[in-house]
Design a protein around this ligand. Structure first.
Ligand code: 1CP
Length: 333
């Protein structure tokens, strides 16, 4: 059994598997080198040979316990035919959203457009370097995908509050997104994903209708993954009540964000926990980093726990700080 599966299924508290959100990315010089030669990010995600290579870059360097496939949550709107572009410094930019058009996309058409993502998963899972490692397939949660599809850019840059007004439109779009996320999950598992992570990066934006727009669609996805016999991790970033989220949505594991107090959550949540460390700690010094890493390892000593961050690693992170993090986790007794 792979390390994270062992943690989740056997509730193993002895080993603390380790991987890092956004581990295949811009803090790695070897990634930047490939990226510099490939200006179209979506095309890069769809290049199965390069995306497999990028996926294993952090495994080669740090021997992490899991490989997360180099792709993006916005491959879903791309697969549905909405234009998705990444502009330097601006982040994602999406094109016109046509509900009639995306409603009529067939399962085959969608799967074909994303076929190289699945091929990349199967390449990575059969690579000897990934022997006994988890292969993490992932999707964005319906709510987070909806935000990008309607807002057409990162809510970090600008978010028009009007998008919350048309509840009928939101319901309709959420149900289309959910249908295709299920297909995307199924295809990733068939290709060799040993675990699925659902990123709800913008869960914290919603104040009302949390039950209808976040809990229900995410619960439907969680139940779908469980039926396919693969463990599922949820990351409802910024949500106010993780305890309630876990009770309703029932993921196999929850990834906490860096604003969650680990001392509080350990008494509230019975399921395995992943993550928590603030990625900004990696921008400080080694001594401070060791103290913070050990804090999480101590708190979760007798709990099934996967070491990870409370959000993605920052592009300006230095390699030697990641090395120090890895060493601290591996040496912890
Ligand atoms: O070089 C570049 O400009 C591209 C940067 C980049 C990378 C490396 C983007 C654009 N996506 C990715 C890969 C990626 N994205 C992975 C696979 C690699 C890994 O984890 O190691 C994953 C899991 C994601 C997931 C993702 N994309 C999320 C959820 C996690 C999170 O960070 O909250 C989100 C919200 C996105 C959207 C996205 N894609 C890229 C950017 C810069 C963003 C965020 C934009 C924003 O701030 O809204």
């Amino acid at each position: 059994m792979t390390p994270i599966q062992d943690c989740i299924i056997n509730k193993n508290t002895k080993s603390k598997p380790l991987w890092i959100m956004r581990q295949a990315g811009r803090y790695l010089p070897e990634f930047r080198e490939i990226r510099a030669k490939n200006s179209d990010f979506i095309k890069l995600c769809l290049n199965e040979s390069l995306s497999s290579e990028i996926t294993i870059q952090p495994i080669k360097r740090f021997n992490f316990d899991a490989a997360i496939i180099f792709s993006d949550i916005l491959m879903l709107p791309y697969g549905l035919g909405q234009e998705v572009k990444f502009e330097k410094g601006l982040g994602p930019k999406l094109g016109k959203l046509d509900l009639d058009l995306i409603e009529n996309v067939s399962k085959d058409e969608f799967s074909k457009k994303l076929n190289s993502v699945y091929k990349s998963i199967s390449n990575v899972s059969s690579n000897p370097i990934c022997k006994n490692k988890d292969i993490i397939g992932f999707v964005g949660a319906p709510w987070t995908i909806l935000i990008y599809m309607i807002n057409k850019m990162s809510p970090k840059k600008n978010l028009s509050k009007e998008i919350f007004n048309d509840k009928i439109f939101i319901r309709k779009l959420l149900s289309i997104i959910e249908k295709f996320l299920k297909i995307h999950i199924e295809n990733q598992i068939k290709a060799g994903a040993s675990i699925i992570q659902i990123f709800d990066s913008w869960a914290g934006l919603l104040e009302d209708n949390i039950s209808e727009f976040i809990y229900e669609p995410t619960l439907n996805l969680v139940q779908h993954v469980k039926k396919l016999d693969v463990p599922v991790t949820c990351f409802p970033r910024g949500i106010k009540d993780y305890k309630n989220f876990c009770e309703v949505v029932k993921p196999d594991m929850v990834n906490i964000d860096y604003n969650v107090d680990p001392n509080k959550i350990i008494n509230e949540i019975k399921i395995p926990v992943q993550g928590g460390l603030d990625p900004k700690i990696l921008l400080t010094d080694k001594e401070n980093l060791r103290i913070e890493v050990i804090k999480y390892l101590q708190i979760f000593k007798d709990h099934p726990y996967v070491f990870n961050l409370g959000h993605g690693i920052l592009p300006e992170t230095k390699i030697d700080m990641v090395e120090e993090l890895v060493k601290t986790v591996r040496d912890f007794k």
